[in-house]
Design a protein around this ligand. Structure first.
Ligand code: NAD
Length: 437
């Protein structure tokens, strides 16, 4: 008899709350409503479309992931959130201009019923935006208390069993962890004293963790990736994960770079540029918000290529990332990569990649999966950093002293092995010798 982890059943309704109700959040919510109404399929979502192999290949046991682990059903999700603009989900989705009007109109009433709560906002953290739908409070602790009340009220008013929060707000300016981020005690003192080092996204994360609500971070801001909030997550037994959804260019990077390394091909340079014209692009046009994104986007290659282990192949490779705000493209981003590689005897070659993607179409299913998996983690008694969800992030959070795993397929194996582990199934190592004995 296999023994897995005890997981509380996914009974009742799950509230999915997003600070930020812009392009990504509206595409998620409209998408789930469209799927629930039989208008479309949840393509791109591992929890909805994916399978998991169990046992030996000869056993042919390959259930759907959603039938293997107890996840909330799409019918049981209730959406809400906060934004600095008053637009409901329908109006916000029209502004985001990701999905066709016809699709939005067919679920209009449902979308209109999702209205943003007033946000916690500070323009010094997102310089390009200025909204009026914001909370007032004397101290940052007051604001955190108002958010906690929002969480309690949302749960009661909608008759929910559980909540999960995923940051879908704008990218905040780059900051380095400082002394106020070092412990819960210092952080709480900082909230009382309005320490400028505490950003709005951190206040949301603090409120969520204080209420026992799992928190995932879809943007590159530090947010929950600071010792104080990791400590709070541990104390309150709440799962956290982040940062920065891995959607377009970095997704491709973390597929191609492991391939070059697997074949011991050298990389001399990797130049990545993007044009995009949505509000995210406008925010990222500001140098300090771009800096947060740049740091997040640059990290992956260093870790995958390991130049310290392979100096002849990857020492001094030149890596540049550019993002240019170009309004005509809207949410339909174009990401170009020029990769200079070298092979046998050092002969140079080039790879050119042009990904004409849709930012929010790639991001929305990740938010859905994260909401469902973070809730699963919570019901399975997992707390603190959820490294198994690195699969979804450009800049995965890891325990202090560990380096993050960026290779997409190692991340997927880690995720699926975690699910097998939870259900008491054998982990899959791909050794395979047993088939030939
Ligand atoms: N789409 C992708 O592929 C992708 C990938 C990785 C990361 N992200 C990140 O996800 C986030 C959302 O992206 P998007 O395209 O939806 O951007 P968006 O600009 O369309 O939406 C962000 C929303 O957050 C709101 N906001 C800003 N600060 C807030 C605050 N303090 N509280 C509440 N609301 C706040 C804004 O008003 C806006 O409506 C961004 O940080 C982006 O960098 C997106």
């Amino acid at each position: 008899m296999k023994k897995g982890t005890e997981i509380q059943p996914a009974e009742g309704k799950l509230g999915v709350l997003t600070p930020g109700m812009g392009a990504v959040a509206t595409t998620l919510v409209a998408g789930v409503f469209a799927v629930r109404n039989g208008l479309a399929k949840p393509i791109g979502s591992l929890t909805q479309m994916g399978t998991i192999r169990l046992g030996k290949r000869t056993e042919k046991r390959i259930p759907m992931i959603r039938n293997f682990v107890p996840l909330s059903e799409l019918e049981d999700l209730v959406f809400g959130g906060w934004d600095i603009f008053e637009d409901d989900m329908y109006a916000a989705a029209i502004t985001a201009a990701v999905l066709e009007r016809q699709t939005l109109d067919s679920i209009r009433a449902e979308l209109e019923s999702v209205k943003p709560m007033p946000a916690v906002f500070d323009q010094s953290y997102v310089k390009r935006l200025n909204g009026t739908h914001v909370k007032q409070g004397k101290t940052k602790m007051d604001l955190a208390d108002q958010l906690r009340k929002d969480l309690q009220d949302f749960k009661t008013n909608h008759g929910l069993s559980r909540l999960v929060m995923i940051w879908c707000g704008s990218t905040e300016v780059y900051i380095k962890p400082g002394s106020v981020h070092r412990s819960v005690e210092r952080f709480e003192k900082g909230l009382q004293e309005n320490d400028p080092g505490i950003s709005p996204s951190m206040i949301y994360a603090y409120a969520a963790l204080s209420e026992g609500v799992p928190f995932g971070n879809g943007a590159p801001n530090l947010t929950v990736d600071i010792p104080a909030l990791i400590e709070l997550a541990k104390n309150n037994k709440v799962p956290v994960s982040g940062k920065d959804f891995k959607t377009g260019q970095t997704l491709m990077k973390t597929v191609l770079a492991p391939a070059f390394k697997a074949r011991m091909l050298g990389v001399a340079g990797w130049f990545s540029t993007n044009i995009l014209g949505n509000r995210d692009g406008e925010v990222l046009d500001e140098p300090m918000s771009f800096k947060s994104k740049e740091v997040s986007k640059l990290g992956a290659l260093e870790y995958i290529l390991q130049p310290e282990l392979y100096p002849e192949l990857y020492r001094d490779f030149y890596h540049k990332v550019r993002i240019n705000y170009y309004p005509p493209r809207g949410d339909n981003k174009e990401g170009w990569d020029n990769i200079d590689i070298f092979g046998w005897l050092g002969y140079p070659m080039q790879v050119k990649l042009d990904f004409l993607c849709r930012d929010s179409i790639l991001a929305a299913p990740l938010v859905l999966d994260l909401a469902l998996f973070m809730d699963l983690a919570s019901r399975a008694g997992m707390s603190g950093i959820q490294e198994w969800l690195s699969f979804y992030y450009k800049s995965p959070m890891v325990a202090e002293g560990l380096y993050p795993e960026h290779d997409l397929f190692i991340q997927l194996k880690k995720l699926k092995n975690t699910l097998r582990h939870l259900e008491g199934e054998d982990l899959i190592t791909h050794l395979g010798l047993e088939y030939y004995d």
